[in-house]
Design a binder for this molecule. Structure first.
Ligand SMILES: *Cc1c(COP(=O)(O)O)cnc(C)c1O
Length: 398
């Protein structure tokens, strides 16, 4: 890892985001090219044989390697501080590939109760079919995680901060727990991105991403990635080559360019979200605001310790019930009513009837997803316009 001959060694994240993962062709292009090719030609039958046997390194087929995809992988690995990264077709493909590569029948996983809904389905519906059992534990309660660990626990899986209530997991404590039990800590770093948080530096073994969100940053492509040590990434890569959920070269190019502005965007998202959260606290129509940047949020101290800013997602409860929340959402004119996030465009959604709609009433109540809760993923518009947009909503309330 500490290759001091590497010209990128020791450079800052902002520089790596622009400079890592570049390999120019003989054309001398400045911007990264898109290699839209499914396969590659060989100079001779002998070379083809050497490439296929692995004797000679080089491209064979884009399910195995693609230069644009490799560029994105190298750049993301540099930002996360990992030895290697593997790009995947989506965020879910990243999580699936990690599990398929590193778990086996009979293994047990402890997973945060507050992860992305589809991640819960992946563990409880599909991995269960192959003999991997799972226990869900509350994100912040490290004692609950400790007692959930069994002799066959092979992986702890978490996501922090949580969606939509912005709860924060103590990654150093969790990696300590993983060490004690000889299992892996896998962190979904989608909400913070390496611009705000690097789980590997806190002791996590593997980071997974939905590149669809902030890595792209402009809502164009679906993609994902896994980052970690070379040995683990080799296993993930072997799964990918065999089973096929690889990233397309075009999408890799979009993400590669997205990374160049990641820090600037994450700083802007975080700044606006904090300003909006503080403004919301003052609004008579608002009952409670959830954002780890607020001093009275239970995860505030931890977020200050392990994140460099608080990210772009916040949620709040309006006074009244579901109807009040729906009226508020429907009155906005600028914000996009969509469940996606990590976009230049601010998005607004009603979690109880969309992202968390499949939970039972009891599960929703336990997760704190009430009918009057609204989630906003703050984009890059001017903060005053966003406030005015929400004000339109509050004006509809009695
Ligand atoms: C969106 C999301 C995913 C899934 O990613 P896709 O790219 O949609 O497959 C996983 N984790 C988190 C935290 C997400 O927000």
């Amino acid at each position: 890892m500490t290759d001091t001959n590497d010209p990128l060694h020791g450079l800052h994240l902002d520089t790596l985001a622009v400079r890592a993962g570049i390999s120019r062709t003989a054309e001398g292009e400045h911007a990264e090219p898109i290699f839209l090719t499914s396969s590659y030609v060989f100079d001779s039958a002998e070379q083809a044989a050497a490439r296929f046997s692995g004797e000679e390194s080089g491209n064979v087929y884009s399910r195995y390697t693609n230069p644009t995809v490799r560029g994105f992988e190298q750049r993301l690995a540099a930002l996360e501080g990992g030895e290697a990264a593997v790009a995947t077709a989506s965020g879910m493909a990243a999580i699936l590939s990690t599990c398929m590569a590193l778990l086996k029948s009979g293994d047990h996983v402890v997973c945060s109760r507050d992860v992305f809904g589809t991640t819960i389905n992946l563990f409880s519906k599909y991995l269960a079919k192959f003999g991997v059992t799972v226990t869900f534990a509350p994100l912040q309660d490290i004692d609950a995680w400790r007692s959930a660990v069994q002799a066959n626990t092979a992986m702890l899986f978490t996501e922090t901060p949580s969606n939509p209530l912005c709860e924060v997991a103590d990654l150093a404590a969790m990696s300590q727990l993983a060490r004690e039990h000889g299992c892996l800590l896998v962190v979904d770093n989608c909400f913070c991105t390496p611009a705000l948080q690097t789980p590997l530096s806190l002791g996590a073994d593997i980071v997974v991403h939905s590149a669809t969100k902030y890595l792209d940053g402009q809502g164009r492509c679906v993609g994902g990635a896994v980052v970690g040590g070379a040995e683990h990434m080799n296993e993930v890569l072997t799964f990918l080559r065999t089973c096929g959920p690889t990233m397309s070269a075009f999408n890799a190019w979009v993400f590669l360019k997205g990374l160049e502005t990641l820090r600037l965007r994450m700083d802007a998202h975080s700044r606006s979200a904090l300003a909006l959260a503080r403004w919301l606290v003052e609004q008579p129509a608002v009952e409670k605001v959830y954002y780890a940047g607020l001093e009275d949020h239970p995860g505030h101290a931890l977020a200050c310790a392990q994140q460099s800013a608080f990210g772009g997602v916040l949620s709040f409860r309006v006074k009244g019930g579901r109807d009040a929340a729906w009226h508020c959402i429907d009155a906005t004119q600028i914000m996009s009513l969509t469940a996606n996030l990590g976009d230049a465009k601010t998005t607004i959604v009603h979690p109880a009837t969309t992202t968390h709609g499949r939970l039972s009433d009891a599960e929703r109540a336990a997760a704190g997803i009430t009918g009057n809760l609204i989630r906003v993923a703050v984009g890059l518009e001017h903060i005053d316009d966003l406030k005015a947009d929400l004000q339109r909503g509050f004006d509809t309330l009695p």
